[in-house]
Design a protein around this ligand. Structure first.
Ligand code: AMP
Length: 370
């Protein structure tokens, strides 16, 4: 597959893709787009940065183009991801066409959303919690959504959205085209996918828990009390944007303040930030006005930032899947990236379990004991 022109897509979409600058489809797009165009339910195991948004958005817009009255629902776990998806649809939808997109997520005044919902819309991009708010208030219906996408299904379950997804499902039409995207594949994810999809075709593009090959990953053994100093050395010697992962909201904020005091241009993003603060942090980081963003795992999930060259794991991730998601913020779409993980002696065992899984450098267990 050399170009998007090889898919049976309308002129309008090909023009939009041209404007966006997408020339060649990524592997997940090559696998999923033809199936979805044919009306086949799809489960796609796609790693972060694989181009999964376009993989579901392109066929969805193509289907809508054939039916002026059709509606679609895209569910995403976080508001940041929902905003990114909404933005992509806005780029993709033909400007003069009848279809429009509406974003329904928390952190935005619900009354403003009531207003938005009074205008016609055909694609709803929503987080489950806020969507249910609207469904219960009867300010929005999903019964006419013939096209449904569940993005980051595994993360939805991790974040406790299982019950909400069940409730939403009850309101959807029985006959519909559904696609389900997930980075990991556990029993609970399979069950959720099976309940939503009909005779789906599965496309696997990643080996289970593999890491992205364009990323150079390293590990630093550090003393707990030296972590801030070592971080500042790392920040000083790196060119380009840097995402720093911290364990908790509180510690993220403290590290942000500490770096600011030392004159670094830095922003923070975590669950205690208001939507306004998050948007500002993201805008400044994306436009490279600030080079450093301190973040927790949940806040960083699904962020699409083109230009992250470095990921620094200031604190170890809780598990290997989070490790994969963190480093997946860099090296996107084949770009080169670097990651470094700080590990204290007490954490050697925990690190080695991650390192073993991804064939990374192990740290000497015997040195671990003081
Ligand atoms: P996603 O996995 O959807 O978050 O996409 C990761 C990044 O790849 C985004 O910045 C997209 O804009 C970009 N992208 C997706 N598909 C393509 C493509 N076919 N050509 C170039 N860039 C792409």
């Amino acid at each position: 597959m050399k170009s998007f022109g090889d898919f049976p897509l309308s002129e309008e979409i090909l023009n939009s893709l041209d404007k966006i600058g997408f020339v060649k489809p990524t592997p997940i797009q090559v696998a999923a787009i033809p199936l979805l165009l044919k009306g086949q339910d799809v489960i796609a195991r796609a790693e972060t940065g694989s181009g999964k948004t376009a993989a579901f958005a392109i066929p969805l817009v193509e289907h809508l183009g054939k039916n002026k009255k059709a509606k679609a629902l895209v569910l995403a776990p976080t508001r940041e991801l929902a905003q990114q998806i909404e933005g992509f649809f806005n780029q993709l939808l033909p400007q003069e066409g009848p279809h429009t997109v509406v974003g329904i997520y928390g952190g935005v005044d619900i009354r403003k959303q009531f207003k938005k919902l009074q205008r016609p819309y055909s694609i709803i991009v929503a987080t489950p919690g806020r969507l249910i708010d609207h469904l219960r208030r009867n300010t929005l219906q999903v019964s006419k959504c013939q096209f449904v996408v569940i993005d980051e299904g595994d993360r939805m379950l991790d974040m406790g959205f299982g019950p909400q997804l069940k409730e939403i499902q009850k309101g959807l039409p029985k006959t519909r085209l559904t696609s389900f995207f997930t980075a990991t594949w556990e029993k609970s994810v399979t069950r959720l996918a099976q309940s939503y999809l009909r005779q789906p075709k599965t496309v696997y593009l990643t080996k289970p828990s593999s890491t992205v090959s364009t990323i150079t990953q390293s590990v630093l053994s550090v003393n707990k009390e030296d972590k801030e100093d070592i971080l500042m050395d790392e920040l000083n010697r790196r060119q380009g944007s840097i995402l720093v992962f911290v364990k908790t909201k509180h510690e993220t904020h403290n590290l942000f303040k500490h770096l600011k005091e030392f004159g670094f241009q830095v922003e923070e993003i975590h669950g205690d930030c208001t939507q306004g603060q998050r948007n500002k942090a993201m805008a400044q980081f994306k436009s490279e006005q600030v080079k450093i963003l301190c973040a927790t795992d949940v806040a960083a999930r699904g962020l699409d930032i083109q230009s992250v060259q470095h990921v620094i794991n200031f604190d170890l991730p809780v598990n290997s899947e989070d490790y994969l998601h963190r480093i997946g913020r860099t090296g996107r779409n084949g770009a080169k990236g670097e990651s470094v993980t700080f590990v204290t002696r007490e954490e050697y065992g925990k690190w080695n379990r991650i390192a073993n899984k991804f064939k990374l450098e192990m740290l000497g267990a015997s040195e671990g004991k003081k």
